[in-house]
Every structure is written in C-alpha cells, then in structure tokens.
Ligand binder design. Structure first.
Ligand code: NAD
Ligand code: TYD
Length: 335
C-alpha cells in the first residue's frame, strides 16, 4: 500500500508512521506531507528518514500544488495535519479555520482526482462537545464549543459530504485525548511532566475535576490502521481508551511518579468554554476487532518516564517559540 500521511511530524502522525513501518516493514510506502509548524518536529521520526520506502515533503495541506506533488502515487490518505491546541485556538483561530477546514477541502479535491482507495479524516471526540452524563456514540449531535473543535467539526462534515456528494471513500475517526511519547509539551500530560521536572508550577484550570478519556497513542494508531483497512466509507468511528480520569488524578499521578511535591499544583483561571467531560461509546470500532490496552496506569507511568529520559527532546522545544506562547497563555494566571 502507498499511503500519504499528512502531519506525520506531529505527535500522533509520527507514532502512526512508526507503527506502520513496525508492522509492515518494506511492505508499505509512506509519503509524509507536513508544513513543520511549531508542532511539527522531524526529530519525532529520527531513524525513519533513511528508509527507502519513506519520503518527506515539506508543504501545506492548503497548497494545492504541494498536495498534488505529495499525493502523486498514493492509494490512500490519512489526514492528521491540523492545528490542534484548544488554548491556541482561543488566542487566534485563523490558522485553525485554514488548516482544519480549507486544508481538508484541498486534500479531498486531490483525492477525488487521484481516485484514492481510502481517505481517513482524523477528527476528534471534541466535535461532540461536553458529555455531562452517559457516553456519546457516533450518532450524537455535534456541539463543538471552541474554535478548535468547531474547525475540526467543519473538516469532519466536509469529508462526510464528499462521500455522499462525490463518492469519496472517506472514513472519519473521532478519538479521545491521546498520551504517549513525542507530544508537544503544551498539552496537559507533557506540559505537566516537563514543568514538574523543572520544578515549575502545574497550572490546573478551574477545579481540575474535568474528565477526559485517556487513549494511549499506540492504541489510537492501531485503531486507525484497522479502520484504514476495514472502515466502511461514509461512516464515523469513535476511538476511546476506556480510561476516564479527572485532570487532578492525572496531575497527582505525574507528581507521584516523579517524586515531586503537590505544592507544585497551582489552580488558575479556567479556560473559556471549557468542556467538563468527554466520554465515548466506541462499540463500533470494537466490533471490528479494536481492543484498547488494559493497563492505563502502567502506560501513563511509562509515558511520564519517557519524558524524564528524553529531556534533550523537550528542552529544545520549550526554549523556542514556546516561551512566548507560555508567557501569553500563563503569564498573568500563574502567581
Ligand atoms: P500535533 O499538533 O502534534 O501535530 C500536527 C502536525 O500537523 C504537525 O506536524 C504540524 O506541522 C502539521 N501541520 C499543521 N498544519 C499543517 C498544514 N497546514 N499543512 C501540513 N501540515 C500541517 O497534533 P496531534 O496531536 O498529533 O494530532 C493529530 C491529529 O489528531 C489532528 O488532526 C488532531 O485534531 C487529531 N486528534 C488529536 C488528539 C490528541 O489528543 N492529540 C485526539 C483526537 C484527535
Ligand atoms: P489539553 O491537553 O489541552 O487537551 P483538550 O483540551 O483538547 O482536552 O487539556 C486536557 C485537560 O487538561 C483539559 O481539561 C484542560 C486541562 N488543562 C489544564 O488544566 N491546564 C493546562 O495547562 C492545560 C494545557 C490543560
């Protein structure tokens, strides 16, 4: 299979490329189209770049020429490329609308011309908005409340429309919060782990009792690979981890694993429109054979230790553009 992966230098995209090569070895050809925004890091694919069946194209999914060049021989497309951080979408939604909606449009147009056999649009559980009780299945109403989730919902529904209108072989995936190696240190887990390692405050929004369903990134990658093969075009699939935890539980686990004091916890002003809880019913992907890992605490601990043991990876990221972002996002909130 010849696959175009977009956003392959980001957190999940890089783990997905690693997953495909570890399972298929020389039996898969991968082109990775990535703009290398602040979140894209070629080092996430160290050791992969020398493979003869791997090609990197630096480019924007909104740029039709770059997309044409990258998709030239592709039989399938998996679109991870996106602006992904809710807090940044609140500070400046423009790039979210561009990449997460317009970029999907450009990819879909080229995929139709190329007659690709499969197109996986990587969406998110955040398109449903908060779930105060029970769990959302794929039929639930979409109720996005941040510029990030609204943009992702736009891309999600545009992909859906290309199936119904033009017959594009689109499968939509909606996963819950991922954790694992190579996550840019702005999201909860890597931010709190690296702050704790630096003896800096952990800024907990509001009361910290918000709930997320934590999904180990390798489980997510396995589920996407499964859906690439077995997903029904025109359908959406939830991908959960079955690990609903409050942010405080995650925060305390991080401190305990690293042997750091709870005095590092700082409750700060809440995020606007902060979704209280996400919860997915993912029976539909389970029916295709997906089983999430059962050992959440062990996977979380291994992830925390990965950041501890790869300080050179995140210190470089935290010293660049990140400083300005951190000051804008947290400067006034942290005492
Ligand atoms: P990330 O922010 O770590 O990486 C995004 C990647 O996309 C980066 O490499 C970046 O350079 C690239 N990119 C951004 N704009 C681009 C553009 N215009 N053209 C080409 N490349 C561009 O994101 P992630 O956490 O790996 O998320 C990947 C996908 O999974 C996203 O679509 C996201 O919405 C979705 N998702 C993420 C989570 C999560 O918990 N992280 C959960 C569910 C769904
Ligand atoms: P995040 O990793 O940004 O993912 P998302 O908002 O897409 O779920 O945040 C996960 C949870 O952690 C969310 O409830 C917000 C909270 N959070 C904090 O309390 N403090 C922080 O500094 C960050 C980044 C997140």
């Amino acid at each position: 299979m010849k696959i175009l992966v977009t956003g392959g230098c980001g957190f999940i995209g890089a783990n997905f490329i690693r997953h495909l090569f570890s399972v298929h070895g020389d039996g898969v050809d991968i082109v990775n189209l990535d703009k290398l925004t602040y979140a894209g890091n070629p080092k996430n694919l160290a050791g992969i770049d020398a493979r003869p069946n791997y090609r990197f194209v630096q480019g924007d999914i909104c740029d039709a020429d770059a997309v044409r060049e990258a998709m030239a021989d592709s039989e399938a497309v998996v679109n991870f490329a996106a602006e992904t951080h809710v807090d940044r979408s609140i500070l400046g939604p423009d790039s979210f609308l561009r990449t997460d909606i317009l970029g999907v449009f450009v990819l879909l147009e080229e995929a139709l011309k190329r007659k690709v056999k499969a197109f996986v649009q990587v969406s998110t559980d955040e398109v449903y908005g908060e779930c105060l009780e029970g769990s959302f299945d794929e039929e639930a109403t979409l109720n996005p409340r941040s510029p990030y989730s609204a943009s992702k919902a736009g891309g999600d529904r545009l992909a859906y429309s290309y199936f119904h209108t033009y017959g594009a072989p689109v499968v939509i995936t909606r996963a819950s919060n991922n954790f694992g190696p190579y996550q840019y240190p702005e999201k909860l887990v890597p931010l709190f782990v690296t702050n704790a390692l630096e003896d800096k405050p952990l800024p907990v929004y509001g009361d910290g009792m918000q709930v997320r369903d934590w999904l180990f990134v390798e489980d997510h990658c396995r589920a996407i690979a499964l859906l690439l093969e077995k997903g029904t075009p025109g359908e959406a699939y939830n991908i959960g981890g079955g690990n609903e935890r409050t942010n405080m539980v995650i925060t305390r686990a991080i401190l305990k694993t690293l042997g750091k004091p709870e005095s590092l916890i700082q409750y700060v002003k809440d995020r606007p429109a902060h979704d209280r809880r996400y919860s997915l019913n993912f029976d539909k992907v389970r029916a295709l054979g997906y089983v999430p890992s059962a050992d959440f605490e062990a996977k979380l601990e291994a992830t925390i230790l990965w950041y501890r043991d790869h300080a050179e990876w995140w210190k470089e990221l935290k010293s660049g553009e990140f400083r300005q972002y951190y000051e804008t996002q947290y400067g006034k909130r942290i005492r």
